[in-house]
Design a protein around this ligand. Structure first.
Ligand SMILES: C[S@@+](CC[C@H](N)C(=O)[O-])C[C@H]1O[C@@H](n2cnc3c(N)ncnc32)[C@H](O)[C@@H]1O
Length: 227
């Protein structure tokens, strides 16, 4: 078997550790120091795509739509969102780590079909939370995959996103009928309670890491009332 080749490293702010991008043949892997196994792999990305397909399903017949994707990772969620969104959509993709965006403009970009080349994409380098405290009713969908789940992993400051304050802010940032979709490694009843408390109607979907097989992941689908 060919050895891994290291393509780049990046430091997560506030001592969040080091991300490492590696390639072996056509396979890419991103690891985080201190975390066993891979953070992301180009071998399995069905649940990342499902996050977008389920979170944007209500928008596929719209003439336009405004969607936030946080974070970029290997670009699978972003690419799947672009696939189902109309030609006049705007998709703002946020990532804390500039190198992750650079990697997607380089060799890593081929994994998900170079979604950053799509003219509907706007890149925000920084915290996705910055976009969610913007004026009310700004987005038709917010797709979050920035952690292992609502308990946080890559960036401790992310806990705000899943708090009652953060959840209420995201509720306000959505248009009526808008959806917040959140990727998680597993279920979290406390988070579901917080989402309901903020006003969302919540469904919890289980999705596999590969179509029909592999680990089971969770997608929280939280809908703002249409009125
Ligand atoms: C698991 S990956 C996302 C995978 C992505 N869904 C895909 O399809 O490849 C998580 C990404 O979120 C970014 N991230 C973590 N916290 C963030 C935050 N608060 N704001 C923006 N990006 C963040 C990380 O740098 C990393 O690129």
């Amino acid at each position: 078997m060919k050895p891994w080749i290291e393509l780049g490293t990046a430091h997560i702010p506030n001592n969040g550790g080091t991300l490492k991008l590696r390639q072996r043949d056509q396979e890419f892997s991103i690891t985080l120091s201190g975390v066993r196994g891979e953070l992301m792999s180009s071998r399995a990305f069905n649940s990342e795509q499902q996050l977008a397909l389920q979170g944007c399903a209500h928008l596929n017949k719209r003439k336009s739509a405004r969607v936030v994707v946080g974070g970029m990772g290997m670009g699978y969620t972003l690419a799947a969102a672009l696939e189902v969104l109309p030609s006049c959509a705007e998709v703002i993709v946020a990532d804390l780590i500039p190198e992750v965006v650079e990697w997607n403009r380089g060799a890593l970009g081929d994994c998900a079909g170079r979604p950053l080349d799509d003219s509907r994409c706007v890149v925000h380098i920084g915290d996705v939370g910055d976009l969610l405290v913007k004026p009310e009713c700004s987005y038709d969908a917010v797709l979050l995959d920035v952690d292992n789940g609502p308990e946080g992993l890559t960036h401790s400051d992310n806990s705000w996103l899943y708090s009652i304050d953060g959840t209420s802010c995201i509720y306000s940032s959505l248009t009526p009928g808008g959806i917040l979709a959140v990727w998680s490694a597993g279920p979290d009843n406390m988070y579901v309670n917080r989402l309901r408390k903020a006003g969302f109607q919540v469904e919890v979907a289980t999705v596999r890491e590969r179509p029909g097989k592999g680990a089971r992941h969770t997608i929280f689908l939280a809908k703002k009332s249409a009125r």
